[in-house]
Ligand binder design. Structure first.
Ligand SMILES: C[S@@+](CC[C@H](N)C(=O)[O-])C[C@H]1O[C@@H](n2cnc3c(N)ncnc32)[C@H](O)[C@@H]1O
Length: 224
């Protein structure tokens, strides 16, 4: 499948998103998002690709640790080399293979299996990946269950504009509607916010939209 071929050649994908300014525009969008968190936070970037979301927050929160997963081992290698480019300490990052259909089940580099603990992440990053799940709704529910109380999930989802739909079709990305996704977050007890990209966020604006969900807090850890 074309989508999987593209992600296997991660070097080309990485070159493409850097040289077209895509990474920069996502970085700019994320840096404008207020995510006020206290203490050392645990971040999960599920379907990390080149790592742009997880690494952004690792740079922003010096005490944070990141678990980055993807189906493609090459993506994990590229995420680590991008971490080096950003001068981020390798010891703050754990990588593993995981299918977004079962995001909490991870295979580590030594072949051992690891299961992510429920309520253990303060921040979960998703970017155009849940549409590759065998069931988007099941994956989202599993991901929400990994959020700590008050934790935030940022999903930079494919938008429903003509360009977003074109690229989704081109890369065999099929998903539930954004309104269904919002409803699902609410049903799971999250506060949810839909944030559109602006002109200053081109070219990412052409394909992405942000769904930001915060799990109800028993003690407030973060706020959106
Ligand atoms: C469009 S890229 C997005 C990468 C990154 N999250 C971002 O926002 O730029 C989609 C990513 O999903 C990964 N992917 C595709 N199918 C997957 C699956 N079944 N499970 C986990 N990751 C998958 C690809 O390898 C690729 O890294």
């Amino acid at each position: 499948m074309l989508s999987l071929r593209l992600y296997k050649s991660t070097g080309i994908y990485d070159f493409f998103i850097k040289s077209l300014g895509y990474e920069r525009s996502i970085d700019r969008f994320l840096s404008e998002l207020a995510v006020d968190v206290e203490g050392p936070l645990r971040i999960l970037d599920s379907g990390c690709g080149t790592g742009l979301m997880g690494l952004h927050f690792l740079s922003r929160f010096p005490e944070a640790k990141l678990v980055a997963t993807d189906l493609e081992p090459n993506c994990l290698r590229t995420t680590l080399s991008n971490a080096r480019l950003r001068n981020l300490d390798r010891n703050r990052i754990q990588t593993g293979i995981a299918d977004i259909s079962h995001p909490s089940q991870i295979t580590l580099a030594d072949g051992s299996a690891m299961e992510l603990q429920k309520s253990s992440f303060h921040l979960i990053c998703l970017g155009a990946v849940v549409g590759y799940s065998s069931c988007t709704e099941t994956s989202l529910r599993e991901l929400i269950s990994l959020l700590a109380p008050g934790g935030v999930l940022i999903n930079l989802e494919m938008n429903e504009s003509p360009s977003g739909r074109f690229f989704s079709k081109r890369y065999h990305y099929s998903n539930i509607t954004l309104s269904r996704m919002e409803q699902l977050f609410q049903d799971e007890g999250c506060k949810v916010l839909l944030r559109r990209f602006q002109i200053r966020h081109l070219p990412a604006k052409l394909t992405r939209v942000a769904l930001i969900a915060q799990r109800a807090a028993d003690g407030v850890h973060s706020s959106i």
